[in-house]
Design a binder for this molecule. Structure first.
Ligand code: ADP
Length: 762
């Protein structure tokens, strides 16, 4: 081979060499010596390998040990020890030198110090590593941000998209796919394909908005409806805006689709609830208010104004003073204090108070409110309600009053009263109960009756159970043998009391010690019996006496009459007068005895009552009196008279006596006698009216007594038995008789007969 010019070679810093194919050096340039500090000759053959870094030596040797592909240039890198003992990296290039047959006879190469390059490379590699690490880190951070964005989008139900105006490329976020119900693995984001998804109106609105956004860069935001492929309807808010390039041209559209279905549903539900609440509060008369504390601003709805009787203000905005001034002076202090305590965090505001309306009307209002506070508990607002409880309060008060009244009534009732619950526990007793049952000083309320009276008989327990089952039990006279002897008579009644819902709440027991009354009744009965017995005796005596008297009287009056008729004028005038007196007296006595007999037989010899035509009876009495009527020229006016239950002959007797008296006690004017009857609920009231001499009112009662007369026999004949007899007959018929009169103007006798089938009062 041709050697390089030594000058040129010495200029080169590269290490030049020529080696045999087995690696033995055939030529080494002077630069070897310069670099290694060793003589070139010392490096010939395989000695050059000694200059190679021990770690690279094997590699260097290996280069020469394998068969070379003579067609390729050879490149290798290894470290060579310099004169200073340090190693530099050298990059070697070799070219094969061939003989005429093309066989490689040797290799000519150069090794260039690439230590600096190597270092630069290493730095670069390190920098690259750092960069790569950084990129990896940023990529993963970005990935994380993307993930977070995806999570955020999925949590917020907000998908995002971008649309490249120039390339027509569309990108959708995962959530956007989810919102429209498409699978991102199978569906490509396609703007036009959305036509199928959105409702026609929404689609029209969207395309118009997107058009304007591209054209004019106008952002948009509105609600639209879409239907997922599975037919699920969703509501979403579409937002979009334009991204411009440096020239201001619209390059891209970006936007979001926010699935607000749940929010819309919640909003509609809330609106419905608010509407329902408004309807409920309005129809229930509930007013709603909101008080902002710092601003002293009170917000009232219309119902509040109507509750307070005030004219609604625009917006319902008031100061708190509107409430304060409406408060009733009697409740002002308490209500404002309760409000203060509620704001301070004490008791909740749940109270009632009175207000005075501008027209002076007082209403009772119930109020309840919640205090809204910030995170630190500072009160910000109060939201509350008011409603009118006047009628409840009035009812409540009436209830309290009636309870107080009931308590008072029960406590002081002059009978023994006890109220029990269904367990027979005392609820209330009258003082009389406590006294009657000797319970003074014992606490009763809440205790069981059976505990108070452990020996109560089963009979009473059974009565209590029947009453608690709804029955009413009573007894007018119940004898209770006293342990101490004697008997207590009780009148009692037990009945259930009911709750407002109709269920039995317990029982009320009324008892009255009627022993005293019973004693009086028994006494009265004994006396009555005795009286009746003596009356009967008397009647029997009167009947017997008058009957027995008639016989001797008849003898006396018969003899006297014989004397009068047969011996008149034969004796002296005085004797005639005496005989006249005897006849007179005897006939008067007969009249008296007959009258007395009739009187005494009213009860004992009366006929049973029967339906009697009183007009007919009256007519028979008038017939008996026809002579007197004729003689006196009396005018009789008989009006229609009813049918009554009566003893006809006794009723005739009454008419006859009354009409007879009317004829007898006539004035100078011809008598006018009116007989009539009227009725009230229970009785027929008969009247016998005359225009006679009349009776002074002082005698109105006296005249009904036996033998009572107001005139001498000379003035008017009579026995004084007539009216007494009438009274006895009427009383037997359970009626009454009385008189009204004006002296000189006439008299009216009234008597009544019961309408109901009469019972003999004997
Ligand atoms: P007598 O007619 O036999 O005296 P009465 O018992 O019928 O007895 O009447 C009692 C008294 O009542 C009469 O004496 C008479 O003074 C008075 N008297 C009764 N009926 C009338 C009458 N129609 N007008 C005025 N006085 C009467």
């Amino acid at each position: 081979m041709r050697a390089l010019p030594p000058d040129l070679v010495s200029m080169l810093s590269d290490l030049l060499w020529v080696c045999a194919p087995d690696g033995r050096s055939l030529y080494l340039s002077e630069s070897w010596s310069k670099y290694t500090g060793k003589a070139v000759d010392a490096l010939m053959g395989m000695a050059w390998v000694e200059c190679i870094h021990p770690d690279d030596r094997a590699g260097a040797r290996a280069l020469w040990s394998g068969p070379f592909d003579g067609a390729l240039s050879h490149r290798a890198e290894f470290r060579i020890e310099g004169v200073d003992g340090g190693f530099h990296w050298f990059r070697s290039h070799a070219m094969p030198v061939r003989d005429g047959s093309g066989a490689v006879t040797s290799w000519a190469g150069s090794s260039r110090d690439v230590q600096d390059l190597k270092e630069v490379h290493e730095r670069l590699a390190r920098a690259n590593e750092v960069l790569e690490a950084h990129v990896t880190e940023r990529t993963s951070a970005l990935q994380e941000v993307n993930n977070q964005l995806a999570i955020a989008q999925s949590v917020a139900h907000m998908g995002s998209w971008s649309f490249n105006v120039a390339s027509d490329e569309v990108e959708w976020s995962e959530e956007l796919f989810r919102i429209v119900g498409l699978d991102e693995r199978t569906a490509a984001p396609n703007y036009a394909a959305q036509e199928k998804i959105f409702a026609p109106l929404s689609w029209a609105k969207l395309t118009a908005a997107v058009g304007r956004c591209i054209e004019l860069g106008e952002p948009y935001e509105f609600e639209l409806e879409l239907t997922r492929p599975n037919n699920e309807r969703r509501t979403a808010i579409a937002r979009g805006r334009a991204v411009r390039d440096a020239n201001g041209a619209v390059r891209q559209l970006v936007g979001t689709l926010h699935d607000v279905t749940e929010l819309v549903v919640a909003r509609r539900t809330q609106e419905q609830l608010a509407e329902r609440l408004r309807l409920a509060t309005t129809s229930a008369g509930v007013g709603i208010w909101e008080f902002t504390l710092g601003a002293d601003s009170l917000l009232w709805d219309r119902q509040m104004y109507s509750l307070y009787g005030l004219e609604p203000q625009p917006g319902g905005i008031e100061k708190r003073s509107v409430w304060d001034t409406s408060l009733h002076p009697g409740d002002h202090l308490r209500a404002t204090e309760e409000l203060r305590v509620a704001i301070a965090g004490g008791a909740p505001f749940d109270t009632s108070f009175r207000i005075v309306r501008p027209d002076g009307g007082v209403r009772h209002l119930r109020a309840a409110a919640v205090v809204i506070r910030d995170v630190d508990g500072v009160p910000l607002r109060m939201v509350g309600v008011n409603w009118d409880v006047t009628s409840e309060r009035v009812t409540e008060m009436a209830l309290v009053e009636s309870k107080a009244l009931l308590d008072l009534f029960v406590r002081h009732a002059p009978v023994a009263i006890a109220m029990f619950d269904t367990e027979m526990r005392y609820l209330q007793t009258s003082e009389q109960w406590v006294t009657d049952y000797k319970l003074t000083g014992q606490p009763l309320i809440g205790r069981s009756h059976y505990e108070v009276f452990p020996d109560i008989p089963e009979r009473w327990k059974a009565i209590h159970q029947r009453v608690l089952a709804g029955a009413t039990e009573r007894c007018a006279e119940d004898p209770f043998p006293r342990a101490s002897g004697g008997t207590v008579w009780l009148q009692w009644e037990a009945r259930a009391w009911h709750h407002g819902d109709g269920t039995v709440g317990g029982l009320v027991f009324f008892t009255q010690d009627i022993s005293a009354r019973k004693y009086m009744e028994q006494l009265l009965e004994t006396r009555k019996e005795r009286l009746e017995r003596s009356n009967k005796d008397l009647e029997q005596f009167a009947a017997a006496a008058s009957h027995d008297l008639q016989e001797p009287l008849r003898a006396v009056s018969g003899c006297a009459q014989i004397l009068q008729t047969q011996y008149k004028g034969q004796l002296d005038p005085a004797a005639d007068a005496l005989i006249g007196h005897i006849v007179d007296g005897a006939s008067r006595m007969r009249a008296l005895i007959t009258g007395l007999l009739t009187f005494s037989r009213v009860s004992s010899h009366g006929e049973p009552f029967r339906m009697t035509d009183s007009a007919e009876v009256c007519r028979s009495a008038l017939a008996n009196l026809s002579a007197s009527i004729e003689e006196s020229g009396a005018v009789i006016e008989m009006q229609s008279l009813p049918e009554v239950q009566a003893d006809p002959s006794q009723l005739a007797q009454v008419f006859q006596n009354l009409i007879g008296n009317a004829l007898k006690y006539r004035s100078k004017a011809p008598p006018v006698i009116r007989i009539s009857a009227s009725q009230n609920d229970e009785d027929w009231v008969f009247c016998v009216q005359d225009n006679g001499i009349g009776i002074e009112s002082v005698y109105f009662e006296k005249i009904f007594a036996l033998f009572q007369r107001l005139h001498t026999r000379d003035e008017y004949p009579g026995t004084g038995i007539g009216l007494a007899l009438c009274q006895k007959i009427i009383e037997r018929h359970r009626g009454r008789i009385w008189v009204e009169s004006n002296v000189g103007h006439g008299t009216i006798f009234f008597f009544t007969l019961p309408k109901s089938s009469g019972v003999d009062a004997r």
